[in-house]
Ligand binder design. Structure first.
Ligand SMILES: [Zn+2]
Length: 370
């Protein structure tokens, strides 16, 4: 609390919570004439509050004295007008649906999962059953179309898988097909490969060999995530080699068979799974271009969706390049719901953990209804 600014006066001080600023805030929502504001307080009451004194330590008349320049308590009564109620109701019906995009990596059990990418097949199955029973599974393409049209069906859920692990085909796809749930698979290019798997899997094994953990491990991961392909390969080769097996990535033939599934859509995820920012424009473009061209060349289909490696950051420069390659929807992370106001090239996603069906449902209820 502080004294109102004498120069601005009682109706002109908006620098703090004052009767004037409270009125302005509430009238923005409820409309002019729908808000009553009263302030109570004086210098002594303010001092008593700051010092933590009890009301009983003051005389009644000391507390009842009102000095408008030292408000301690603001009382606001706001009444919804019929017009504002109708307006907000109409807006909600048209565009206030909340949806979510789920992000998975691996559907597998693994004793080595430093980056927490695994959801066990058992939990995944329970999660899918819960999605079918309590939500509205849709494809990413359908969800993106609804964002574009400004009408997001409430409780829509789109599933996405990043990187291109073989278990997506072997473990996730049959469970998705059984339930008719569509999914988008964002695949990195060959530049992300190391020993038949991904570079971060090889790094994980090396870190284990070195007994590195915590900040040191994260620092090394950060350096490799920002390194160019060749540099990264050299650095990985210089580390003590960890023991396999590494979880395999899909082969070209496996990607082609996945793409033939009517419920599956293939999207791009960066040629070498390199952090896109702050890359110089030609390297940034190469990471996107090589990945999109290789996928569309192999599959003979247009690639229209993308997931930012490591979830972002999303920059106008990257978005411009994505647009140039015909990308219509790009997924980041952020854990927020998707609404009609979401940006199509910065769609937030929820990273799913190895949760039970109950836990997934509870988290989605909080996200969509909270
Ligand atoms: Zn990834």
């Amino acid at each position: 609390m502080s004294r109102l600014d004498y120069e601005s006066g009682l109706e002109g001080d908006f620098w703090r919570f004052t009767p004037a600023s409270a009125r302005r805030l509430f009238e923005d929502v409820f409309g002019a004439g729908q808000v009553e504001v009263e302030a109570h307080g004086n210098v002594l009451a303010c001092c008593g509050f700051l010092l933590g004194l009890a009301a009983e330590e003051f005389r009644k008349e000391e507390l009842d004295h009102n000095d408008p320049y030292f408000p301690l308590l603001l009382c606001v009564r706001a009444v919804k007008s019929e017009e504002s109620t109708a307006r907000s109701g109409a807006t909600r019906a048209a565009s206030d649906g909340k949806a979510a995009i789920l992000l998975y990596h691996r559907i597998d059990r693994s004793s080595r999962d430093r980056w927490r990418l695994c959801v066990s097949p058992g939990n995944f199955e329970k999660q899918l059953d819960r999605l079918v029973a309590r939500f509205r599974p849709v494809s990413l393409r359908e969800l993106a179309d609804s964002v574009r049209e400004g009408r997001v069906p409430h409780r829509s859920i789109a599933l996405t898988f990043d990187d291109g692990y073989r278990d997506n085909l072997a473990s996730a796809l049959p469970l998705l097909k059984d339930r008719g749930i569509p999914a988008t698979f964002f695949l990195s290019g060959d530049g992300a490969t190391a020993g038949g798997s991904f570079w971060w899997e090889q790094l994980d094994a090396s870190l284990e060999k070195m007994g590195l953990d915590g900040d040191e491990a994260r620092e090394l991961h950060w350096r490799l995530a920002h390194a160019a392909e060749e540099d990264r390969r050299r650095r990985l080769a210089d580390l003590p080699q960890g023991d396999g097996p590494f979880p395999p990535r899909m082969s070209e033939q496996e990607v082609a068979s996945l793409a033939r599934e009517p419920l599956a859509e293939i999207g791009a995820h960066g040629w070498s799974h390199r952090a896109l920012s702050p890359l110089p424009a030609p390297e940034l473009e190469r990471e996107i271009a090589e990945n999109v061209r290789a996928l569309s060349g192999t599959l003979g289909v247009e690639i229209v969706s993308f997931a930012y490696p490591f979830g972002g950051p999303v920059t106008p420069e990257t978005q411009g390049i994505l647009r140039g390659f015909g990308i219509q929807a790009a997924c980041a992370i952020g854990g927020e719901p998707v609404t009609a106001r979401s940006e199509l090239l910065a769609l937030p996603r929820v990273e799913v953990g190895d949760w039970s069906g109950d836990e997934l449902e509870a988290r989605l209820e909080t996200l969509l209804e909270g």
